[in-house]
Design a protein around this ligand. Structure first.
Ligand SMILES: Cc1cc2nc3c(=O)[nH]c(=O)nc-3n(C[C@H](O)[C@H](O)[C@H](O)COP(=O)(O)OP(=O)(O)OC[C@H]3O[C@@H](n4cnc5c(N)ncnc54)[C@H](O)[C@@H]3O)c2cc1C
Length: 486
């Protein structure tokens, strides 16, 4: 397993083609825009190698018997799924933001299970290939991009009906040695600081869409892969100092990038699906459930930090004892534990797939993610309510060194005899960072938009069973029998 330092160093030898704000970035490790996100991802390596977190951060590989980083582990039982959720909450508490490695973890788990299913039904040998890839990933403790979301073009049209056939990643050529792929994946978390990319189809494909039914892995610096790193609200503050960033150590959200595949060659050993459209739907559904398990846990960890910052500010403002403030803080904690409860519940209520991997309860996992999209903004609303307007109007940190106004800033931002005004400003900036646009959009759309979860919930519910439960109690009148509902 790599230590955080070894992880960061391992990125230096990569030859990725990365662009940010019009310029090519040769050194992502030391770039101010990327450094905090790399630091956040390095926490996943800390959990694997720091003895304090060993119980959560490591696992025993069921393939090699070696001790591995849990971020590369295939859950074998209920305990593994529960530990996954617990580990995510702890990582969220340490970073206060996204630590990026769970998308790749869930892609590994999903492909492990779906390649097994494909081989059983179709007689292919994808699973054996995937196991080799997985062992290599575990042995080197690689960080993997879980690349599912295509640009998608017009959402009302199928991939083959788009004005441009490249709006979903597709195979443009096959030969004896492998395949050539073209297209792009959007919003890719941790992309510029990962070691490899694991591509999956972004939706269930129909039989005539075989070219889009493709899954493969490539080294992150493979020839023909181009990265465009995204901008975030207030990211120019990363060049200006630390206080105004709010979370200068770990940044905000995952440092997403657009990944472009310019006719990239993939050898057959790295191809895990090629044309098997029947398995695309189950792949997407399974990935979604594993990934939606996470949100109630990692975001609970993040919001633990926000509750802490809000409590600090309330104390500095002398309002912590006010009944409505205590009530709002309790409401924040209640929502957070409800989110986390879902992540744990879908882990405890697991089943075992034919491949032997443990699988979360999809209905509860989707419900938990849906709640996270609703509750995270509500918790941030309450934090802003308690913190007050100053979080939107704090002067720049440069004024703390401006001899003309520095004294006034310290004088007027001091709220009590024992309050350090700079500490208050730092807490205010952290709340501003955590309650701004990017984390809220992430909670909404990361792991799928809310409607995607609603669809799974609607699909999973056995309405007839529920009707029968009611009938069992009231009995069914013969005279007023209603037609069956659809
Ligand atoms: C911060 C962040 C990190 C992310 N990280 C990753 C990552 O690491 N890997 C990855 O693969 N993806 C990642 N994603 C992508 C994420 O999974 C998508 O944003 C999500 O699936 C929604 O897709 P979209 O953004 O294209 O929105 P859209 O699909 O455009 O959805 C927008 C709205 O349109 C609705 N809609 C969409 N299609 C239809 C339709 N056909 N009919 C009716 N309504 C429709 C949706 O329900 C929603 O309300 C990330 C996203 C964010 C914001």
């Amino acid at each position: 397993m790599m230590t955080p330092e070894q992880y960061v160093e391992s990125l230096r030898s990569q030859q990725k083609e990365v662009y940010f704000m019009g310029d090519r970035v040769d050194n992502v490790v030391d770039h101010p825009a990327m450094r905090p996100h790399i630091h956040a991802a390095s926490v996943t390596y800390k959990l694997g190698t720091d003895p304090e977190y060993e119980q959560l951060g490591t696992a025993r590989s069921h393939l090699t018997g070696k001790t591995i980083n849990r971020w590369t582990h295939i859950p074998q039982n209920q305990e593994d799924l529960v530990k996954k959720a617990q580990m995510l909450r702890v990582a969220g508490q340490i970073t206060g933001t996204c630590f990026q490695r769970c998308v790749g973890m869930d892609a590994l788990i999903t492909l492990y299970t779906v390649t097994w299913d494909m081989d059983q039904k179709l007689g292919t040998n994808y699973h054996e290939r995937f196991r080799s890839f997985l062992v290599n990933t575990q042995d080197h403790d690689y960080m993997t991009v879980g690349a599912m979301t295509d640009p998608k073009g017009d959402r009302s049209k199928r991939p083959s009906q788009q004005h441009d056939p490249d709006l979903y990643v597709r195979v443009v050529e096959k030969n004896d040695r492998g395949i050539i792929v073209r297209g792009a994946k959007m919003h890719q978390t941790g992309a510029v600081n990962s070691h490899q990319i694991l591509v999956m189809p972004g939706m269930g494909m129909s039989p005539e869409e075989a070219e889009y039914a493709v899954s493969f892995a490539v080294p992150a610096d493979e020839l023909g892969i181009v990265y465009v790193f995204g901008r975030q609200v207030n990211d120019s503050r990363k060049w200006e100092g630390s206080i105004d960033q709010g979370n200068p150590v770990y940044g905000v959200v995952g440092g997403e990038a657009l990944i472009i595949f310019e006719d990239v060659f993939v050898p057959w050993e790295q191809v895990f699906m090629c044309g098997e459209t029947d398995f695309t739907g189950i792949l997407v559904d399974r990935f979604a459930s594993y990934h939606r398990q996470n949100y109630g846990a990692c975001k609970a960890g993040n919001l633990d930090v926000l509750i802490g910052a809000t409590t600090e500010v309330a104390e500095m403002h002398g309002v912590l004892k006010a009944g409505h403030v205590r009530d709002k803080l309790a409401e924040m904690a209640h929502l957070v534990e409800t989110m986390y409860g879902g992540a744990l519940a879908c882990s405890y209520n697991c089943s075992t797939l034919e491949s032997g991997a443990a699988f979360v309860d999809p209905l509860i996992a989707n419900t938990s993610k849906y709640n996270t999209g609703r509750y995270y903004p509500e918790v941030t609303r309450l934090a802003q309510d308690i913190a007050g307007g100053f979080i939107a109007t704090i002067p720049s940190e440069q004024e703390l060194d401006n001899p003309r106004v520095s004294g006034y800033i310290r004088k007027y931002y001091k709220t009590g005899e024992h309050v350090d005004p700079v500490e208050r400003i730092k807490m205010g900036r952290l709340i501003e960072n955590m309650t701004g646009a990017t984390p809220i959009v992430e909670c909404m759309h990361g792991a799928g938009s809310p409607q995607a979860q609603r669809v799974v919930v609607q699909r999973s519910i056995n309405w007839n069973e529920k009707k029968q439960l009611a009938r069992n109690i009231v009995g069914k009148s013969e005279r007023h029998q209603m037609p069956e509902a659809e």
